[in-house]
Design a protein around this ligand. Structure first.
Ligand code: RIB
Length: 330
């Protein structure tokens, strides 16, 4: 058994090389348009979350479990983790397959459209023995998303074998077949945007109830999503942190927990949104880093809101993730 003197946070997930085109116009099928600029950035939801947690937490051991290809992209992605002092012992280099790639269009408003090709991320399928090695001890938070094929297997193994770990899950990209009540009941922290929140309702609830939430959110976004977050928080695990967050873009976010009830956190005002890529991952990492540091849920959500407001003012995902001191200065 290893002895942990520090808090520990583990991310299981993707590393992508982001190929980003900045454009005023998104082409229609069959159309060619002139873009403004092209840049390479480092990304992948797993990598972004790992670096966000590493830059935003204190006295915490951050580890990432993931795969890269044996190519120059893979070397850069792994080096970014090393530079951020993330433990890369469980980053595997897979022969004969390229690293994950994301093709991203960023519009003038900063909004993005993302196409991912899994590459080596698609080979991340840990065995029971692997999980036993990764999680010798029951500790900390684990962050998961859907950019590797075995997210549900990870959730099942963790909840059966290390029940006090807070399973923190952003079901993105959304896969309806993953969202079953049995899976949701094992999640301790669920973080979704508005579209994903309605998608979760659509997969989980009866058609009638899901339609009711859709109508309620059309009538009043705030009331509809408040009711939905209150519904979802009863369906996730009740034993650990028990937190549902619905992010609402430039408006802010709603959160619900049995310990805090439901509350709204307004976003920070940002004049010039440059690129929203990585903002959601930084928000996620920000919340978990602060909860792990011992902050209350409202404090953690407020901190994460500030952190993601800094991300959207710069280009790229990893490159725009702030450090705790930058957020504290705000
Ligand atoms: O959430 C943003 C990330 O999604 C990008 O960095 C891209 O790689 C995709 O995984």
């Amino acid at each position: 058994m290893r002895e942990f003197t520090m808090k520990q946070i583990t991310v299981i997930g993707s590393l992508n090389y982001d190929l980003v085109t900045y454009t005023d116009i998104v082409p229609e099928g069959g159309e060619t348009v002139q873009a403004n600029a092209f840049e390479n950035h480092l990304g992948g939801k797993g990598l972004n979350e790992s670096i966000a947690v590493a830059r935003l937490s204190k006295d915490t051991e951050v580890r990432m479990i993931g795969n890269v290809g044996n190519d120059s992209f893979g070397k850069e992605l792994k080096q970014a983790l090393i530079d951020a002092k993330v433990d890369t012992s469980y980053i595997k280099t897979i022969e004969g397959i390229s690293s994950g790639v994301a093709v991203i269009l960023v519009e003038k408003s900063g909004e993005n459209r993302i196409l991912i090709t899994a590459g080596a991320n698609g080979e991340l399928k840990p065995s029971v023995e692997d999980y036993e090695t990764y999680f010798e001890q029951d500790t900390g938070f684990v962050l998961l998303q859907n950019e590797y094929p075995h997210t549900i297997e990870s959730i099942n193994w963790l909840k059966s074998n290390r029940p006090s770990i807070n399973i923190s899950y952003n079901p993105s990209p959304f896969k309806p077949e993953y969202i079953k009540s049995e899976v949701l009941s094992k999640i301790d922290l669920l973080i979704v945007n508005e579209t994903e929140a309605l998608d979760v309702a659509g997969s989980l609830l009866s058609a009638e109830e899901a339609d009711k939430f859709k109508t309620r959110t059309d009538e009043s976004e705030m009331n509809g999503f408040k009711e939905l977050s209150e519904k979802l928080v009863k369906l996730i695990n009740q034993d650990n942190i028990n937190l549902v967050i619905i992010t609402m873009g430039s408006k802010g976010c709603l959160y619900s927990s049995k310990s805090t009830g439901t509350a709204f956190q307004a976003s920070e005002k940002v004049k010039n949104v440059v690129d929203t890529t990585g903002a959601g991952d930084t928000f996620f990492g920000g919340v978990v880093s602060q909860l792990s540091n011992g902050s209350t849920i409202p404090e953690a959500v407020k901190f994460a809101t500030k952190a993601s407001s800094l991300v959207i003012q710069k280009k790229g995902a990893v490159e725009s993730i702030p450090f705790a001191e930058d957020v504290e200065k705000l």
